[in-house]
Design a protein around this ligand. Structure first.
Ligand code: UD1
Ligand code: CA
Length: 345
């Protein structure tokens, strides 16, 4: 049992076609700051305190073999027809004990044993910047409220593309409307679906049974579960986060660049807080894995990649490229050079 005293399975939906990426590589394997999107999502969920993780993939799993080898404990289901996020969640039915899949869905359990968990936390495989802390706060809040079903909403200054949370006169969530189904008034709503939801396992699959693909995209929308819950008089617990940038989904290359810029900036800010100076920080590229000691200075236009550790009191000249290097304390590096570990042996 986890820290919340409610057994919870994290369900990552990663079977989408990723059409908008225009790529032969699955969307979730594109890298953000050197780490594949799916790996980031997986690490976030692992750190958020869920008991196990179930992954929904498309039938084309060959390119994901590496990821699956690195995470042998993961349960894997296949979504055969890729008919939307509701269909993806339904495809996981066979991963859960005593759960009947909806008749219209086609999913297979291909790895792992059926799971018995009280709750399911649904997480989209294309939102790589969400932090484990945010998930923890959402889970704590939802469990405190004894929610049967809960959604993590975000206030977004530019909500285009996101599902909008429509509330009734009493402030209760009545439904979620996708961008493509929204009328002009609904499009003005800035409270959006982050893509993260929590529901009791039995309730989630019972709601999924009633989904229909009657919408602009002819898809089974996971988000329709909330209207179905409202119709059954089951209240939804809504938790709203202001940190909208961290919820950005990667749907195309421009969003990929946006989220990478956001995460590089965050990494630089946290490194600055630990006592490192960056000259013209907006020109630096730094991978998530890079560690820099206090009182070091990084010149402008540097590229710091891979398993790089820079010691304390180092001065890194401008326009340096440093890949997989362990650099001792007090090192001074001249401008305009590429360095590898051989330079420091
Ligand atoms: C979705 C939500 C939207 C929300 C936004 C947050 C729905 C209907 N819409 O929209 O309300 O604001 O995310 O980022 O849920 N996937 C599958 N199988 C499918 C389709 C999708 O596994 O058949 C996976 C994708 O791999 C992806 C995730 O589900 O990781 C979300 O799918 P996507 O098509 O990107 O949904 P959005 O249009 O972004
Ligand atoms: Ca998306």
């Amino acid at each position: 049992m986890n820290e919340y005293n409610h057994s919870t399975c994290g369900l990552i939906l990663a079977a989408g076609k990723g059409t908008r990426m225009k790529s032969t590589t699955p969307k979730v394997l594109h890298k953000v700051m050197g780490i594949p999107i799916l790996e980031r999502v997986y690490q976030t969920l692992s750190r958020s305190g869920v008991d196990q993780i179930c992954l929904v993939l498309s039938e084309d799993t060959a390119s994901l073999e590496n990821f699956l080898c690195n995470h042998p404990e993961t349960t894997v289901c296949i979504q055969k027809n890729r008919l939307g996020t509701g269909d993806a969640a339904a495809a996981a039915a066979k991963a859960f004990l005593d759960i009947e899949p909806p008749k219209w869905s086609a999913g297979e359990l291909v790895k792992g044993q059926p799971i018995s968990s009280e709750y399911i936390l649904v997480f989209f495989g294309d939102t790589p910047a969400i932090s484990a802390e945010t998930i923890k706060v959402f889970l704590e809040h939802s469990f405190l409220k004894s929610a049967d079903i809960a959604i993590l909403g975000m206030e977004h200054p530019n909500p285009h593309g996101y599902g909008r949370l429509v509330t009734d006169d009493n402030g209760f969530l009545s439904r979620i409307v996708e961008e493509k189904d929204a009328d002009a008034n609904t499009k003005k709503i800035t409270l959006c679906n982050s893509g993260i939801m929590l529901a009791k396992t039995e309730l989630l699959f019972s709601l999924l049974q009633d989904l229909t693909p009657e919408n602009a995209q002819k898809e089974y929308y996971l988000t329709d579960c909330f209207e179905l819950a409202a119709q059954r008089n089951i209240p939804t617990c809504v938790f709203v986060s202001e940190d909208y940038q961290s919820f950005s989904g990667v749907n195309d290359r421009s969003q990929l660049a946006e989220i990478e810029t956001y995460l590089v900036r965050k990494k630089i800010e946290s490194t600055q807080k630990s006592g490192v100076t960056f000259h013209l920080p907006e020109t630096t590229w730094i991978d998530e894995s890079v560690v820099i000691g206090t009182d070091s200075e990084i010149g402008s236009h540097c590229i710091l990649q891979g398993n790089t550790k820079i010691g304390k009191n180092c001065i890194i000249g401008s326009r340096c490229t440093i890949i997989n290097c362990s650099i001792p304390d007090n090192t001074i590096l001249e401008n305009n050079r590429s360095y590898n570990q051989n330079d420091f042996n």
